[in-house]
Write a protein that binds this ligand. Structure first.
Ligand code: NFS
Ligand code: SF4
Length: 636
């Protein structure tokens, strides 16, 4: 057996960041740490969610002496409205990303550049949606599937199609509690309308709508986005890759892709693989073209191409500070506007590509689905520009940290179930591997005590990646399987937790499962839109077990979240019946009613709620206790 490689510690990661920070100081440019310091003390009213500027009578701030805004809204109304607006904005972001993917699906053709990579998935969705497939051209079917998907955003009647994928019990809860989302855009618009001046002031009603608009994301926008991305670019499969800043190469053209929507970055990846451009790069003295990813675009590209991952949210400035990036090419979401200023200190070209995300200081090369036929040519032109930029590197300014970790990525729902099924004989015979029984048996027997979906961002309010990594290690030691997405999955990548031999960190039960099945103990499920995959995974387990999702010893955890998208996600995870453990407090503390509603009130509606604790060690303790309590209730 090969000797186990070291894991990367949080201190090693911090030492790398500190060195890059020194470079920034030497160049007199600021990073998020400086800006955070300059923001202290952060506004207490904002933090508590009791500052309202929804109308121009305000801003109104609630204090003991002034408990009402000018219109009479109290702290609960103000905090509740703000919270719902966050959920709505998050849902809008994920869903608009999905809409763009749907438009690209609508532009597919056999001639490319966008083609159908997973016809099986296309046909199964067509069947689910009663779309005729017999004797039809695949691309006709694809275009109709795209159109029906697009109707989900604005249809005037009914609720979302994908809700029927839920357990029967869930579907009844969603219906009875009036949190079954209608058209996606309608839930976003309704949320904005409800929170408009002079509308809903009842916190309970605002929280209920937060669940509904969250559902429009998780069981609507994100789920459509995930399925259509699979159809377009292939359903991910297991592959081995590498993560952390050390994936940037001293002697290659480094192009960083960053953001969320994989449509354009897919083209960049393909262009960088073309012989013509590789030869061109060699002609310019580089050894090759190295594509590295940041944030969720990295997750998407790594699962389908094995593209290496430079890091997560709080590493975006670090990537540029290495001085070794010829081009950073971004699409939408989670992109620091600071990059526009930072690029000035380096030769890096900062390229924005989406009309949704325009940033001063960047070069804008528009990419939209309307112009999909030219996407590959545009990508080639950009890669060539990056190659031409190689000679402009300021070689004395290059510092690439050396830490990297191997990572096994690409576990969509079907893959996880098939892998776990692989330990038994149930896959022999005609049935393809894919029975849930072994997974359920492993949980029932207690070999695996439960599972946690580790999701979400980094947040400078806490040590970057520390909570993610500490919590994951503790869960593994307690025989709790971890599935990860988004920046949480990348924290695991950087630490080495996506390696097969990370099973050494597990308790005896989980270690045995990982050994038998040949999986790492933290399973990379993809980007944040792929949390919809997690919802289908828990639904599949619950259905095959014959119980509801809320009874499962499975929960969600976002210890370092920051984005409005995380608020949308937390709401649909709760609405799906899973408790959500948060390490950052939602900005509603100024309202006792809101705090009660998000931690307890939703339990009466959906059977789940938030548990909030800023201390990662206490948080993970409560996760383990929560999972054991679910087991006890099931009598296992
Ligand atoms: Ni999710 Fe992905 Fe990261 Fe947070 Fe941003 S990249 S969609 S929002 S920061 S996990
Ligand atoms: Fe003030 Fe009410 Fe206007 Fe908010 S909606 S700013 S509380 S007057």
């Amino acid at each position: 057996m090969r000797e186990m490689k070291e894991f990367t510690t949080i201190e090693q990661m911090e030492a790398d960041t500190a060195k890059l920070k020194e470079i920034a100081c030497g160049l007199c440019v600021e990073t998020f740490e400086d800006r955070k310091a300059a923001q202290q003390p952060q506004c207490k009213f904002g933090e508590d969610g009791i500052c309202c500027r929804i109308c121009s009578m305000g801003p109104c701030r609630v204090t003991p002496k002034a408990p009402y805004g000018i219109c009479g809204a109290d702290a609960h109304a103000i905090a509740g409205r703000h919270y719902l607006r966050m959920a709505a904005a998050g849902s809008a972001a994920h869903s608009d990303h999905a809409r763009e993917i749907a438009h690209v699906l609508h532009k597919t053709s056999a001639a490319g550049p966008y083609t159908i990579k997973d016809p099986g998935k296309l046909l199964s969705i067509a069947a689910e949606w009663d779309i005729e497939t017999e004797g039809r051209d695949l691309y006709d079917v694809a275009h109709e599937v795209a159109e029906v998907g697009l109707m989900e955003f604005g249809k005037p009647f009914g609720t979302l199609r994908m809700l029927c994928r839920g357990t029967e019990e869930r579907q009844k809860v969603w219906e009875d509690e009036q949190i079954a989302p209608r058209a996606i855009d309608r839930e976003v618009a309704t949320s904005l309308h409800m929170t408009n001046m002079g509308n809903t002031a009842d916190a309970e009603v605002l929280v209920r709508q937060s669940l509904r608009v969250g559902m429009a994301d998780g069981w609507g926008g994100s789920m459509i986005g995930t399925d259509f991305t699979d159809i377009l670019f292939g359903t991910p499969t297991v592959r081995t890759t590498t993560g952390n800043l050390g994936v940037l190469e001293e002697n290659q053209i480094n192009i960083v892709i960053h953001g969320h929507d994989p449509c354009f970055s897919e083209m960049i990846v393909l262009a960088a693989e073309s012989k013509e451009l590789i030869d061109y790069a060699r002609g310019k003295g580089a050894q090759g073209i190295n594509i590295a990813g940041l944030c969720c675009t990295a997750n998407e590209a790594t699962m389908r191409h094995g593209v290496r991952m430079a890091g997560n949210f709080l590493q975006q400035e670090n990537a540029l500070l290495t001085g070794a990036v010829e081009m950073m090419c971004v699409d939408v979401q989670c992109i620091f506007p600071a990059l526009g200023r930072l690029q000035d200190c380096f030769h890096t070209k900062f390229i924005t590509t989406s009309p949704i995300c325009r940033i001063p200081g960047s070069t804008y090369v528009e990419f939209t689905a309307d112009d999909a036929e030219h996407a590959y040519d545009k990508a080639k032109a950009l890669v060539k520009e990056a190659i031409d930029n190689y000679e402009n590197r300021k070689r004395d300014r290059i510092f690439i940290p050396t830490h990297t970790q191997e990572a096994v990525v690409g576990y969509p729902t079907g893959q996880i179930i098939a892998e776990l099924d692989g330990v038994t004989n149930s896959h022999l015979g005609d049935d393809p591997r894919g029975s849930y029984k072994p997974a359920i048996d492993a949980i029932k027997a207690g070999v695996i005590r439960g599972a946690v979906a580790m999701v979400g961002c980094n947040n400078p309010k806490v040590r970057a990646d520390y909570s993610h990594i500490e919590i994951m290690k503790e869960l593994l030691a307690n025989d709790i399987l971890v599935v990860g997405s988004g920046c949480a999955a990348q924290a695991a990548t950087k630490a080495g937790l996506l390696r097969y031999d990370a099973k050494e960190l597990c308790g005896a039960g989980l270690k045995r499962v990982c050994t038998l099945v040949g999986i790492p103990p933290v399973l990379h499920m993809g980007a944040c839109v792929d949390i919809s995959r997690m919802m289908l995974l828990v639904t599949g387990i619950a259905k095959n077990w014959g119980i509801d999702t809320t009874q499962l010893p499975i929960v969600g955890c976002a210890p370092e979240w920051m984005s409005e998208k995380a608020v949308a996600i937390a709401n649909y995870v709760v609405a799906t019946g899973l408790d959500v453990y948060l390490g950052i407090e939602p900005q509603v503390k100024g309202s006792s009613q809101m705090m009660e509603l998000i931690t307890q009130g939703t339990r009466a509606i959906a059977g789940a709620g938030y548990v909030i604790n800023k201390d990662p060690h206490e948080l993970v303790r409560s996760i383990v206790d929560g999972i054991e309590a679910k087991r006890a209730a099931l009598g296992i």
